[in-house]
Design a protein around this ligand. Structure first.
Ligand SMILES: Nc1ncnc2c1ncn2[C@@H]1O[C@H](COP(=O)(O)OP(=O)(O)OP(=O)(O)O)[C@@H](O)[C@H]1O
Ligand SMILES: [Mg+2]
Length: 266
């Protein structure tokens, strides 16, 4: 049974897609992982797939809206990493009356149809806080929040927590906020990190990920930075982030050992 993890921040360009890709590839070394690209921009899909995908998230949601049996066939990237590809038509979902009324139930049905197949389902969310995001967060077990340590980070996190209170999901577990594109040499960044720790405590993850041009280069060709440039600081930090999160799911177990026999709890 899988753990569902939404990667979300209402701020754009903070690294949601980059995080989905890097965690997905990292966890797929030891677990079976499904990525779902909910963002109409399809950045994750474009990074990771070669041919034009057919069985997209939009087709699947439309079938579910018409009450067809879910015949969801994720695309295989590797035997342990699959994706339900994104679709620009997902913009239409926001104004679909049926989805507006039953969206959370629809996404919950989609996820439950896949739960038995995967250890982790990682969802790359769009940037707005609309009907779709509310439905995704409403049916997710966990949320991970990439953020940037800038002058807006504290108010941004506060606003986000306010948003999460509006999501109808009392079971939503906040895995944490992590600072991406972090520059530990900048006093402003250090100050913002410390301020955030003082205000939000354990909600702020210990791992930060540095800014590196290699992260973007790796994303462009659908690779994790840890494969593209293993010695890069951001690569090491993404592995640390992967381990910090896995430890939250599993108790202190490193992702580098084979964990197939462990029984993952929801
Ligand atoms: N640690 C990093 N170092 C350098 N560049 C990064 C890092 N993380 C992300 N980026 C770059 O920042 C840009 C935004 O990242 P990404 O697309 O993952 O953000 P996003 O939150 O998904 O954006 P959107 O809101 O458009 O969906 C990309 O060009 C990506 O390559
Ligand atoms: Mg994105």
């Amino acid at each position: 049974m899988s753990n569902t993890v939404s990667i979300y921040n209402f701020k754009g360009g903070v690294g949601k897609t980059t995080t989905a890709l890097n965690l997905g590839i990292s966890w797929s070394r030891s677990f079976k992982v499904l990525l779902i690209d909910f963002d109409p921009q399809c950045n994750l899909t474009n990074a990771i797939t070669i041919e034009e995908p057919r069985n997209t998230i939009y087709n699947n949601i439309r079938n579910l809206l018409h009450d067809h049996d879910p015949d969801i066939e994720p695309l295989e990237i590797t035997p342990y990493l699959h994706i339900i590809p994104g679709d620009f038509q997902m913009t239409q979902i926001e104004s679909n009356n049926q989805f507006i009324s039953f969206g959370t139930g629809i996404i919950a049905r989609l996820l439950s149809s896949q739960r038995r197949e995967y250890d982790f389902i990682i969802m790359d969310c769009p940037t707005n806080f609309g009907v779709l995001v509310k439905a995704i967060l409403g049916s997710s077990k966990n949320i991970l929040i990439p953020a940037q340590a800038d002058s807006f980070s504290i108010t941004g996190i506060q606003t986000l927590m306010g948003y999460l209170n509006m999501v109808e999901n009392s079971l939503l577990n906040i895995l944490g906020v992590f600072f991406n594109m972090y520059n530990g040499n900048l006093i402003l960044s250090q100050e913002k990190f410390n301020e955030a720790k003082n205000s939000f405590g354990n909600l702020i993850l210990d791992t930060t990920v540095s800014r590196s041009i290699k992260v973007g280069e790796a994303l462009d060709i659908g690779q994790a930075i840890s494969d593209y440039s293993p010695d890069n600081t951001a690569a090491v930090e993404f592995m640390k982030l992967s381990d910090e999160l896995l430890a939250k799911f599993l108790g202190n177990v490193s992702s580098h050992v084979v964990l197939e026999n462990l029984n993952l709890q929801e």
